[in-house]
Design a protein around this ligand. Structure first.
Ligand code: PBG
Length: 327
């Protein structure tokens, strides 16, 4: 009998050794908490398909953001749920629109304790639920939408948003918003480009969260899940247009794209662990089929290992609390 020459198990022999040789770490500042704020409610509304996640009032939003800051998360990403909608999404760039009002309130509350970020897309504000305005034939009009995004970006910057999350997947959106921001004196406002955003089934629970009016799908603007190279191309185009950060979304079904994008650009790369990824683990845990905390932390670590510098996740505050306990 001969002895094995290589013994990788040596590096796994104890918690202390494992901790010392771990390649990938997860820290609270790498987590961003997406939050929903709804106009016209006087108490938070639970989202049934996303246990533990709620549509906030302005007050409960402020409290939850302070808790997130105390847990050490890196930022919060705000989504607005307006009381009324129209064809062009007028509430999006109205200074009195719910998202802009909430942004101003939150920036006043948390200051620099975390980075207050806003979703820049029309779908929550349009009565047809698409991410852009429609042409006469019912298709989503790319270039007309860019003008709306530019106005929305300036309104969000004016409300105090530090980072705009461009999630609409229109061609040229980064350049259009960058130009408008610079022209209005907002040269320091950051742009996060949802570069490789795939169409698909994993956004289901989010549609309840924002009371989405969409009928049909977003396949003429969000990417086909079969395409990996195209995801890298989208990220490169966004960097060229001036994106400060690029993103891949959803995370778990597209980890290969995340790794390829990380290898191809020199700006931070983020990933969005979306509502469907969240709800799958919550549902399995609620049934006693999976260890909730273990599955959550493993999923986040895997997304980091694939190449994400930071992660948007509905577990941001809770996971940040766990990570601090483990230190
Ligand atoms: C569009 C947007 C969506 C999500 C984030 N921004 C919905 C969509 O593209 O249909 C989904 C996030 C999630 O599922 O958690 N404004």
């Amino acid at each position: 009998m001969s002895f094995p020459t290589h013994r990788p198990r040596r590096l796994r022999q104890s918690p202390a050794v494992r901790r010392l040789v771990r390649e990938t770490h997860l820290v609270p500042s790498q987590l961003v908490l997406p939050m929903f704020v709804r106009e016209g409610i006087d108490a938070p509304v639970e989202i049934s398909s996303m246990p533990g996640v709620r549509q906030h009032t302005l007050d409960s939003l402020r409290r939850a953001a302070v808790e997130a800051a105390e847990a050490g998360v890196g930022g919060v990403m705000l989504f607005g749920v307006p009381a009324t909608r129209d064809a062009v999404g007028s509430g999006a760039d109205d200074p009195a629109g719910i998202l802009n009002v909430a942004t101003e309130a939150l920036v006043a509350e948390v200051g620099d304790a975390l980075v207050v970020q806003t979703d820049l897309c029309l779908d929550e504000f349009t009565d047809h639920g698409h991410c852009g305005v429609l042409a006469a034939d019912g298709s989503v009009d790319n270039d007309a939408t860019l003008e709306r995004y530019a106005a929305m970006g300036v309104a969000q910057a004016r409300a105090g948003s530090a980072l705009l999350g461009l999630s609409g997947m229109m061609d040229g959106q980064v350049a259009a918003v960058r130009q408008a921001l610079d022209a209005e004196g907002f040269a320091d406002t950051l742009i996060l480009a949802y570069s490789a955003k795939y169409a698909g089934a994993f956004y289901g629970p989010f549609r309840e969260a924002v009371d989405s009016q969409l009928k049909g799908d977003r396949r003429t603007y969000q990417m086909d899940p079969g395409n990996g190279r195209e995801g890298v191309k989208e990220a490169l185009l966004d960097v060229e247009e001036g994106a400060d950060v690029v993103m891949v979304k959803p995370a778990l079904p597209h980890l290969d794209v995340l790794a390829d994008v990380r290898a191809s650009v020199d700006v931070p790369v983020w990933a969005y662990q979306v509502s469907g990824e969240f709800s799958m683990i919550e549902a399995a845990a609620a049934n006693g089929w999976i260890d909730r905390r273990g599955a959550i932390l493993e999923s986040l670590l895997g997304i980091r290992r694939a190449g994400a510098d930071a992660i948007l996740t509905y577990w941001a505050a809770e996971a940040a609390g766990w990570l601090r306990e483990e230190l």
